[in-house]
Design a protein around this ligand. Structure first.
Ligand SMILES: [Zn+2]
Length: 59
């Protein structure tokens, strides 16, 4: 799947609160997709949504 030169990628999911714009980064979980509802913001108590999914190489 990966060539030997490339570092393995870990997928991360960013959940963003629409109110305070706080972004929470967590590891990607199976079933995550863009704009899917995410757990509520700890400070605003309103549901957040997934704003970004990306892969990051581990050092
Ligand atoms: Zn918030």
């Amino acid at each position: 799947m990966f060539s030997k030169k490339e570092k393995p990628l870990i997928a991360f999911t960013i959940e963003k609160c629409p109110s305070c714009k706080k972004e929470t980064k967590r590891k990607f979980r199976e079933g995550d997709c863009l704009f899917a509802p995410a757990p509520e913001c700890t400070s605003c108590k309103i549901p957040t949504s997934i704003s970004k999914i990306f892969g990051q190489s581990i050092e």
